[in-house]
Design a protein around this ligand. Structure first.
Ligand SMILES: NC(=O)c1ccc[n+]([C@@H]2O[C@H](COP(=O)([O-])OP(=O)(O)OC[C@H]3O[C@@H](n4cnc5c(N)ncnc54)[C@H](OP(=O)(O)O)[C@@H]3O)[C@@H](O)[C@H]2O)c1
Length: 306
């Protein structure tokens, strides 16, 4: 009988790649999600955070739990505080059901003392993982690119749509992107081990933000005309753009976190794909359409649960 693993959001962004990798490796995949597609061909359980027994049942017979669960920002319906509480319930249910290993997706630079609720919450959940009684791998990605990513795609979309591009501040703050397929490979590899570990998931390149935008502009064939503005002004402009896109394009916290280099870490690459190679190979495709976080969070019409 094949090993059964549970991936949260197995039809979501990173979850899709985790599911495919695990299926290719011959594992049976099960998911917890509130957004199953109508044609889901794996066992699907809802995020029943108010029924811990039901959550535990979802983990019955599971060997490894790949945890992608988190919230980007409160306008999407879940606060970071709520996401910490819900993560605690997931981890408790998994441990009670006898899950052996958790591979937990976190982020670069989580910090219990951070000014930002996102990074504080991520640190709290990491503590829950390490104290949860299961063997664990904590994986900390920088910004993830590839497939249906939001951030880099929407930078390309903005470059295609507008004559100028607003850069908060000097744009010299750095970030370290990681390719979603590499991230899935790293996670699935770590799922096989039983050693407790914490690893940054980062690609071989880091960029100053302004150079990243310039590289994307170059790839999609637009002229990069930067306008350097104070972050508060960029935030206000993005609020206007959010009305147009019916999304929250980027929060003030996300702008400040980017400028504080919270999605940057030094050190050896743990994932091989260079963003510049990806941009070269996908220049026709990226930024053709805006990708909305809030649209993704809309309830599925008729969720098909197992
Ligand atoms: N994307 C990035 O660039 C990036 C960068 C660094 C770290 N990370 C971390 O990597 C992990 C996976 O990220 P991802 O982009 O692949 O996430 P995702 O697919 O958008 O969502 C992952 C899971 O979280 C649930 N979820 C997301 N937003 C939610 C909300 N507002 N309310 C309730 N549930 C919500 C989803 O539920 P459904 O299954 O119902 O959709 C899904 O199960 C997260 O822990 C994230 O913090 C991501």
């Amino acid at each position: 009988m094949s090993q059964t693993d549970l991936v949260t959001g197995a039809y979501g962004y990173s979850g899709t790649y985790l599911r495919r990798r695990l299926e290719t490796a011959g594992h049976t995949v099960r998911t917890l999600t509130d957004h199953p597609p109508a044609d889901a061909d794996i066992e699907v359980f809802p995020f029943a955070f108010d029924e811990e027994g039901a959550l535990e049942a979802a983990f019955d017979g599971v060997t490894t739990f790949y945890n992608t669960y988190w919230t980007r920002y409160e306008p999407s319906g879940t606060s970071h505080l709520q996401a910490v509480t819900n993560s605690a319930k997931l981890l408790r249910a998994a441990a009670r059901a006898g899950v052996e290993r958790v591979v937990h997706l976190s982020i670069t630079n989580p910090d219990a003392g951070s000014f930002y609720a996102y990074y504080r919450g991520k640190a709290e959940v990491e503590d829950l993982v390490t104290a949860g009684g299961m063997s664990y791998a904590i994986v900390r990605p920088g910004v993830i690119f590839g497939g249906d990513d939001i951030l880099l795609n929407n930078i390309a979309w903005l470059l295609r749509q507008f004559y100028v591009f607003a850069i908060p501040g000097d744009g010299c703050y750095r970030l370290r992107p990681v390719y979603v397929e590499d991230l899935a490979d790293l996670c699935v590899g770590l799922g096989e081990s039983r050693t407790d570990t914490v690893v940054d998931a980062v690609g071989p390149e880091s960029f100053a933000f302004k150079d990243l935008v310039a590289a994307i502009a170059d790839a999609v064939g637009t002229v990069f005309r930067p306008v350097h503005l104070p972050p508060a002004v960029v935030s206000m402009a993005l609020r206007g753009l959010s009305l147009l896109t019916r999304d929250v394009v980027l929060t003030r916290d996300e702008i400040d976190g980017l400028m504080a280099e919270l999605i940057m870490v030094e050190g050896e690459a743990t994932c091989p794909t260079a963003l510049t190679d990806y941009l070269r190979d996908n220049s026709d495709r990226i930024g053709r359409e805006y990708r909305s976080e809030l649209a993704r969070r809309k309830p599925s019409p008729a969720p098909a649960f197992t």
